[in-house]
Design a protein around this ligand. Structure first.
Ligand code: WTA
Length: 659
């Protein structure tokens, strides 16, 4: 059957016939049918898939419980274990000797782990956690490099019903401390150091610093994975080596079956206000969507070699590294390093050497590698044999059509569909994405909602707007992998995602969107709140402002985003000091000092690219900072808007010249 829609407008890239012929969802009609099934009976549709995709210890009898909306529950009385679904059942199905993970270290060393080996590693660590007194429902913070140990630690927590909270290894001691305290974690698993781009970077030392700050008294133990053998301090009574605790443990650990609603993990992400929020995910509903989207969006087949380049510190590394591919018994790459080391051909070299078939990365990485290839022929993808690839994907931020075209042509050889997957930490898995055998593609568009996801573009009143007109992206019906609450702050959950302005009925994604007038395809137009997206990393402007004003010299700060060719958005900070406005070399030196301060407070990813000093900030007479004007100045454009409500219009010129 051809997946090509006869009505495909010429501007679209049709589904390659060969791809459609072998795809799980191989035509637009097949997609439409699934959507119709979900439309007819939302609950039965999801229940069918939950039975087909997951193995239950005790089947659920109730599908969706809306009695305490928006705190929805899915499959609540079903008993399940995520680690059993990702490991044991694959071994039981005869996949014990199949390679689950091909690990490539920063220095290029490759290690393979079969499902059987992974199950043993996970069971040993699960037993070790139990021996340290970790119980079902306890929170365990993971501060680890991109590693097999990281995946194993997540699975080991899941195995005993502990809730993991991974903190990205690039976050500072302060950020780590805040997350440990908020989660009330009992144990931290970390490594001595992490290796990235040939450099050893501290992890354990940062844990020490975080725990010394106070507020982390709930922590009883720190387990340390020896990655580099670097020199670190071990605190007697608190710190233990991973290899020591594993040595005493059996390689068998019966999984703890939990309610489908049991929190599998917390993952902190940025919102509109200063404090990061602990997004809480369930076990059953989350795992269902992880498995389902891995199968349908990536068309993952038993002999595929899947590679998602995301770090386990982000949600993409949760759903499409730690859970989705394993739940399906797939083979995947886990890569410790960075795309530019030893040079910018690392990805292409690895695709060739591991015969990768499905490749999933972020637009920022693609843009950086385009730039590198343009200036250095030796790292150009055409130097490598990439013919093993059959599908490409992107995630995390909008992809500009030029980068899309390059990715399609140079990496996909013109034959691989690209799935531009729109989703969020809160949604657990793909929300709007092409199914590669079903949808003709439009560069820059994430095309259509995943079957069963009722996404719509609405106006402020919650009314759907016509195609071709921009609005706010919402999801009208609950779905299994949705965020359950913000850890410890249910009110904030309600206010952030089900605000009264939209009748309290719809999940508010926080993004703007527009549907193509002809095809109905969705294009995401960017965040509608104070969240920036820098290189696909979410940063709250208020978080960065708080970090800046915590510096003793800073009186006031306002942070906005501006477009950046490479990173999508760049952070631009406007700062008023408690001393006269610096200029020249002094301004440069102070800007650097503030950047380092932000890195200390949050992490290097939050460092502002531009810092502009002013005597003041543009404010209304009531004292509100006019961020709209700051965004114009940040872009280097002239302010043409009405500034008559400004208290101090002269400040605009000063800030415009301050770069
Ligand atoms: C943005 C990452 C355009 C969006 C999985 C969203 C995207 C935020 C896309 C979530 C895409 C993610 N096209 N924008 N394909 N995917 N975004 O929580 O603004 O780190 O709200 O989850 O990234 O970022 P998060």
């Amino acid at each position: 059957m051809s997946g090509q829609n006869v009505n495909t407008p010429p501007s679209l890239y049709p589904v390659p016939e060969a791809f459609a012929a072998q795809a799980y969802i191989g035509s637009r009609q097949a997609y439409d049918q699934l959507c119709a099934e979900a439309q007819k009976d939302h609950e039965s549709y999801w229940a069918r898939l939950a039975r087909e995709f997951l193995s239950w210890k005790q089947p659920f009898t109730k599908v969706l419980d809306s009695s305490n909306a928006p705190f929805y529950k899915w499959f609540d009385d079903g008993l399940i274990n995520a680690s059993y679904n990702c490991l044991d059942r694959n071994v039981e199905a005869g996949l014990g000797d199949k390679v689950a993970i091909i690990f490539e270290a920063d220095d290029g060393k490759v290690t393979r782990y079969t499902y059987k080996e992974l199950l043993e590693k996970v069971s040993r660590l699960a037993n070790a956690l139990k021996a340290q007194g970790v119980k079902k429902g306890d929170r365990v913070v993971l501060y680890l490099p991109m590693s097999v140990e990281g995946v194993v630690a997540m699975q080991a927590c899941a195995r005993i019903g502990a809730t993991h909270s991974v903190v990205f290894g690039g976050f500072s001691a302060q950020s780590l401390r805040d997350r440990i305290e908020d989660a009330g974690a009992v144990l931290v698993i970390t490594a001595d150091e992490q290796l990235r781009g040939g450099k050893a970077l501290p992890l354990k030392a940062i844990v020490d610093e975080a725990l010394a700050m106070g507020g982390c008294e709930s922590i009883r133990q720190v387990i340390v994975f020896q990655r580099t053998g670097g020199n670190i301090q071990m605190q007697a009574g608190r710190d233990v080596w991973l290899h020591d605790v594993l040595a005493q443990q059996s390689a068998e650990c019966p999984p703890e079956f939990v309610s489908a609603e049991h929190p599998l993990f917390l993952l902190y992400t940025s919102g509109s206000t200063g404090k990061p929020k602990g997004v809480q995910h369930s076990t059953g509903g989350y795992l269902l969507h992880a498995a389902l989207t891995t199968k349908w969006t990536f068309d993952l087949k038993p002999d595929d070699v899947f590679w998602c380049t995301a770090d386990i510190g982000w949600v993409t590394g949760h759903t499409y590294v730690a859970y989705g591919p394993l739940a399906l018994g797939g083979t995947q790459i886990v890569f410790e390093g960075v795309p530019t080391y030893p040079d910018a051909s690392r990805f292409w070299r690895m695709i060739e050497s591991h015969q990768v078939t499905i490749f999933y990365t972020a637009p920022t990485a693609i843009r950086a590698l385009i730039k590198a290839a343009e200036t250095n022929e030796a790292v150009h993808p055409r130097k490598f044999n990439l013919t093993s690839l059959r599908l490409l994907g992107t995630v995390g931020e909008p992809i500009n059509p030029a980068a899309w075209e390059w990715y399609h042509r140079e990496i996909g050889g013109g034959r691989c569909p690209i799935v531009d997957t729109f989703w969020q930490t809160e949604t657990g898995g793909h929300m709007i994405t092409p199914l590669p055998g079903a949808h003709a593609l439009k560069p820059g568009s994430c095309t259509l909602p995943f079957p069963g996801i009722d996404a719509a573009v609405v106006d402020e009143a919650g009314k759907e707007v016509p195609w071709g007109q921009g609005g706010v992206l919402v999801v009208r019906k609950p779905w299994p992998s949705m965020i359950r609450t913000i850890w410890g702050d249910p009110e904030r959950f309600k206010k952030s995602y089900y605000p009264a302005d939209f009748g309290g009925q719809y999940y508010l994604a926080g993004d703007g969107a527009i549907r193509d007038a002809e095809t109905g395809y969705f294009t995401i137009t960017g965040r509608i709140d104070d969240v920036l997206n820098v290189s696909g990393h979410r940063m709250g402007t208020m978080e960065i402002e708080s970090a800046l004003v915590s510096h003793p010299l800073v009186a006031e700060a306002a942070v906005v985003g501006r477009p950046d060719d490479l990173t999508g958005e760049a952070i631009c900070a406007f700062v008023v000091l408690k001393r006269p406005r610096p200029t020249g070399d002094e301004a440069k030196q102070l800007a650097n000092e503030l950047r380092n301060h932000v890195a200390q407070e949050i992490g290097p990813i939050a460092k502002p690219k531009d810092i502009r000093f002013g005597d003041n900030l543009p404010k209304t007479r009531s004292g509100k900072i006019m961020r709209r004007l700051l965004r114009v100045i940040a872009k280097g454009e002239d302010v043409t808007q009405d500034t008559s409500t400004l208290e101090n219009p002269a400040i605009l010129d000063q800030l415009a010249q301050s770069n």
